[in-house]
Design a protein around this ligand. Structure first.
Ligand SMILES: [Zn+2]
Length: 202
């Protein structure tokens, strides 16, 4: 008996996952570039893993995928969490709470991208090629501040069933006192934020 081809639906999670990787890749590049040129850091990926945008299906390997950058001069560590919604959100499960994976002094960067369609004939197989990511703004928050306000964030579940916490836009600035924002206006980044400067002069 001839086997039926797999339903098309099965490809969709991969397409979404690949889109996430591409978003993460651009997010990291943009943070690396801004903090190196304007803030004098020398940021490199913490793991070579970060340079790959290949799809990793094995859950254990996926968990090892890091977006962390580290400065070779001052040692600052930055996790990059690229978003296509204007939100501050962290993965957070009972087994792996976010504060266990980072030190208080570590930073999390949230580059917020606007997604625009560039191909009207887009279908689920071509998601990653049919969208353009445009940087709108970047939030920077330290882990200690996210920890301090953890109880005020809202717990949600992603499409893949992973638990995460969201600091909603409405009360973000009331809850997160120490959030730094870079607005991107016509490819220019402002303002200059001294706390993000590399402390090692050279
Ligand atoms: Zn530095």
């Amino acid at each position: 008996m001839e086997e039926k081809p797999e339903p098309r639906l099965f490809y969709k999670p991969d397409a979404t996952f690949k889109e996430d990787l591409i978003k993460g890749y651009f997010g990291r590049r943009v943070i690396q570039s801004i903090l190196s040129t304007s803030y004098r850091h020398h940021l490199v990926p913490l793991e070579e893993w970060g340079e790959s945008i290949e799809i990793v299906k094995d859950a254990r390997l996926k968990r090892r995928r890091k977006t962390d950058l580290i400065c070779k001069k001052c040692g600052i560590r930055i996790e990059v969490r690229a978003k296509t919604q204007d939100i501050v959100a962290m993965s957070d499960s009972v087994r792996r709470p976010f504060e266990k994976e980072h030190q208080d002094e570590d930073w999390v960067a949230f580059p917020i991208f606007k997604v625009s369609m560039i191909d009207r004939k887009e279908d689920e197989f071509r998601l990653q090629f049919a969208k353009r990511l445009e940087l709108q703004k970047i939030y920077f928050v330290q882990i200690k501040e996210l920890k301090r306000t953890k109880d005020l964030a809202r717990a949600k579940k992603s499409g893949r069933g992973e638990r995460f916490l969201v600091w909603k836009e409405g009360n973000r600035y009331n809850v997160l006192k120490d959030i730094l924002t870079i607005d991107v206006v016509g490819n220019k980044f402002e303002p200059y934020l001294p706390p993000l400067e590399c402390k090692v002069k050279k």
